[in-house]
Design a protein around this ligand. Structure first.
Ligand SMILES: NC(=O)c1ccc[n+]([C@@H]2O[C@H](COP(=O)([O-])OP(=O)(O)OC[C@H]3O[C@@H](n4cnc5c(N)ncnc54)[C@H](OP(=O)(O)O)[C@@H]3O)[C@@H](O)[C@H]2O)c1
Length: 380
């Protein structure tokens, strides 16, 4: 379903979408979500041709009525329909998650239609399945670029910049300061809870207990306690840098570390449909996402460290916008570059596609990566 005319009162100013020929520009699917709406606003501000998409016509049309962008609505459970819709665009930016439920049909449709695919996932399993389509993407002349948001653009660029300073590094640690999640992010995190933690060890993704390790992280503003979490960089930083041992940390006060560890014992409960339904409903109400003031005010802090077996190491930091504000800006910047035709076909990461300094092109972002230290005693 497309356009506005069939929904009186909704999408008053929206422009109908023609599906008969390829339109220049991109489809933003999930445009009525918390993050999708932020991306739509940045795309409109930057004059990037974007059509808003989603599964519920009334919800997508409501956003289109506010922004004046064209819109289209279709569900993702009919592959032929998805392929037909996606074929009308040069690129799709998927903002509908959890991506474990949405990515595969859209990737499949993009490969069939010769349409570039981008998303804002942070889910390790989704990154891994998109990267597994690398050869298909090259054959189809299509770019697959997952992770255009806060997870993973700044950390992926920090990892790549650090790795460039220390050739032969065997260990990478990345950390970020926790932020207030939207309900969609909280729901996605809830979905991954039963999987426990993860780390990259000798090139393999391995399960580890939640809050497996805890350490104090020297962020640029001040040090904070952090625990290991399974974050998207366990997939993307390995692809970007080839470093075989990776741990990802999120700031956490001691009480959160304790409940993360205790929560693991409850993980089997989450596989019960009723428990999941109840928690998902509760999560929807509990996490409205940061408001406009918080998005303008808050800052994000990241830290990274690469180590080599001879004891040499480099530590660096990044500072940037609040996570959702960053996600909207970075996603539109990635989309503009892909639409600009400068990205080679294949499955890739932000730093591999645009260079380690790409994050700094997003206003208010600074990477600080010094030169390698002299070798010292091996790391603990
Ligand atoms: N990597 C990052 O840095 C980053 C940043 C922000 C968000 N995210 C991720 O992006 C996702 C969206 O976050 P949000 O805050 O925008 O959540 P949200 O407000 O709950 O919006 C979710 C959107 O996804 C759509 N959706 C969900 N399941 C779908 C399905 N099976 N088929 C079609 N559409 C579906 C929803 O459509 P309906 O309204 O019809 O349900 C809605 O448009 C989450 O997974 C979140 O973790 C990642």
């Amino acid at each position: 379903m497309a356009g506005a005319g069939r929904h009186p009162g909704l999408g008053r100013d929206a422009v109908p979408v023609s599906r008969r020929r390829r339109r220049p520009g991109a489809l933003l699917y999930g445009a009525n979500g918390f993050t999708g709406r932020l991306i739509a606003a940045v795309a409109r501000r930057d004059g990037l041709p974007v059509t808003l998409g989603g599964r519920r016509p009334e919800a997508v049309a409501r956003v289109a009525a506010e922004t004046g962008q064209p819109w289209v609505a279709f569900r993702l459970d009919h592959p032929e329909r998805v392929a037909e819709e996606v074929a009308a665009f040069d690129a799709v930016l998927l903002a509908a998650g959890p991506f474990s439920r949405t990515s595969a049909p859209v990737v499949e449709a993009c490969l069939a239609a010769g349409t570039h695919y981008l998303d804002i996932t942070g889910e390790i399993a989704v990154f891994e399945s998109v990267f597994a389509r690398d050869a298909d993407a090259k054959r189809a002349g299509v770019t697959l670029l997952p992770g255009t948001g806060f997870d993973v653009v700044p950390s992926d660029c920090l990892a790549a910049a650090l790795a460039a300073e220390l050739p032969g590094a065997s260990r990478l640690l990345l950390a970020f300061r926790a932020f207030a999640p939207s309900s969609g992010t909280a729901r996605t995190m809830l979905e991954s809870l039963p999987n426990g933690g993860a780390a990259r060890v000798d090139g393999a993704l391995v399960p580890v207990p939640p809050a497996w390790k805890v350490r104090e992280i020297p962020f640029a503003d001040h040090p904070r306690n952090a625990m290991t979490v399974s974050w998207g960089d366990l997939s993307t930083a390995y692809r970007s840098t080839g470093i075989p041992n990776i741990e990802t940390y999120m700031t956490a006060p001691p009480a959160l570390v304790a409940s993360a560890r205790a929560g693991h014992a409850l993980a089997p409960l989450l596989s019960l449909a009723l428990v999941r339904w109840f928690l998902e409903a509760a999560v929807g109400k509990a996490f409205p996402g940061p408001d406009e003031g918080a998005r303008a005010r808050e800052r994000s802090y990241l830290w990274g460290r690469v180590e080599r077996d001879d004891g040499a190491f480099v530590e660096g930091t990044a500072e940037t916008l609040e996570g959702y504000a960053f996600t909207a800006e970075a996603s539109v910047a990635c989309l503009a570059r892909v639409l600009g035709g400068t990205v080679v076909p294949g499955a890739t990461t932000p730093s591999a596609a645009f260079g380690a300094r790409f994050a700094e092109s997003i206003g208010g972002t600074t990477l600080r990566v010094p030169s390698a230290s002299a070798p010292g005693p091996p790391p603990a």
